[in-house]
Design a protein around this ligand. Structure first.
Ligand SMILES: [Mn+2]
Length: 414
């Protein structure tokens, strides 16, 4: 097994970007929707509604990683990796990485899978695949998980709460779809994973390299490797209502709301002192429903919420911080900026005058005239940020850029 740290991988590409776009076009063809299916039809008819199999969505050799490179990534501390063994020390045994060479050499010849999350954050060529999914808003994208399986390897019949595009990268995998009723039967007891007790096959397909299966949330599915195989899962995220409510109320409190107390200045004498009467409940309703963020606050709050990164992917600030003037001089000297591969970017109109840039759970209020720079930052992905000539970068833009740089969200490409 060979360990390929991110820096080395980036370093081996001599172009200006982490991966130059010209080079990418050569490696990865556009994702092909079937001729009779437009992106609009996909969104109207399939997205979040029903599974869709697309044959030859990618060229058969589209995938840039070797299986041993994936194993190398699973040996790294920074990546979240798991091995699932159908017949381990107990049925459906789950092991957590990082793994050692010895862990890999002691695995059985079949019925196991290695799963590595967030490979897109560590391998620019894998991140580049996300370009093909820009028909879904960036903030909905979670990660690309790559799994390697020996013959008959799978993670069992299960159901997910998120959308996923399963792209067959190497070898073949048989995907089966279960019935919605299977979910009601619940899960196996005493296993490490949530494996459905019942799985009634409704449909099945053998996916070959380049084939892609879209699954909306809530559909029982089971993908079993037929021979050695590698599968790429482009996973999406959507905040749960619980997460939204929790964060929203937290934010509300932080903005200084919620300071008053329940009041009863016109208290009338009750027959039973133990009763909480209807007038109290009316006031409670009024208090609770009175709490609202302003439309602008609500937009900022949500933008921050959905651009947060997972805890283990948090980005360290630059130390020592540099000044806007230093940054300008570097840009004038021809140095190019890229986004940190872990960083999540999004933007929104806050009101007719204000545009906010959201990066990793923070928001920066800008003006509508800053839109071109904001778009450059948001569209850069794994490429370098396409900035206007340095002499056109005004003080406000430089202040934003240096803030992003000092936070670690932008890096010099070299
Ligand atoms: Mn799944």
């Amino acid at each position: 097994m060979r360990i390929i740290p991110f820096n080395q991988r980036a370093g081996r590409i001599p172009e200006t970007g982490m991966v130059s776009s010209i080079k990418l076009q050569g490696i990865i063809p556009s994702m092909q929707f079937p001729d009779d299916l437009s992106v609009e039809t996909f969104l109207n008819t399939y997205w979040q509604q029903q599974p869709l199999l697309i044959r030859n969505a990618f060229k058969a050799d589209f995938f840039p990683l070797e299986a041993n490179e994936l194993a190398g990534l699973a040996m790294e501390e920074d990546l979240e990796s798991r091995i699932v063994l159908e017949h381990g020390e107990r049925p459906w045994e789950l092991r957590h990485g990082p793994f050692s060479e010895q862990d890999f050499s002691s695995l059985p010849p079949s019925h196991w899978s290695l799963l590595v999350q967030d490979v897109d954050k560590f391998v620019p060529e894998v991140q580049a695949l996300l370009k093909h999914f820009q028909f879904i808003p960036d903030w909905r994208v979670d990660d690309i998980m790559v799994s390697y399986a020996e013959d008959q390897g799978s993670v069992g019949p299960h159901v997910d709460s998120y959308d996923v595009f399963l792209i067959q990268a190497v070898g073949t995998r048989r995907w089966k779809i279960g019935a919605m009723e299977d979910v009601q039967e619940g899960y196996l007891d005493n296993v490490d994973l949530q494996i459905l007790k019942q799985f009634s096959v409704q449909d099945e397909w053998l996916l070959e390299p380049g084939d892609m299966l879209y699954l909306p949330p809530g559909i029982p599915h089971w993908g079993v490797a037929e021979g050695e195989c590698v599968t790429c899962s482009v996973g999406f995220r959507a905040p749960s209502h619980q997460e939204m409510l929790e964060d929203w109320s937290q934010h509300l409190l932080e903005t200084g709301l919620g300071r008053g107390n329940y009041k009863d200045p016109h208290l009338s004498l009750q027959t039973h002192s133990a009763e909480i009467d209807a007038g109290v409940f009316a006031q409670v309703d009024e208090i609770i429903s009175g709490y609202k963020l302003s439309p602008a606050q609500q937009r900022r709050w949500f933008g921050r919420l959905v651009t947060r990164v997972k805890d283990h992917l948090e980005i360290d600030p630059v130390s020592p911080a540099i000044s806007a003037e230093t940054l300008r001089l570097e840009i004038m000297a021809g140095r190019l900026l890229s986004r940190h591969p872990f960083a999540r970017f999004a933007f929104a109109n806050i009101d007719p005058e204000t545009l906010s840039l959201f990066v990793c759970g923070e928001s920066i209020d800008l003006q509508q005239s800053d839109r071109p720079v904001v778009l450059s930052l948001c569209n850069a992905n794994e490429d370098t940020v396409d900035l206007p000539p340095p002499e056109q970068l005004d003080t406000r833009t430089m202040a934003m850029l240096v803030l992003l740089y000092n936070s670690g969200y932008l890096l010099f490409d070299d």
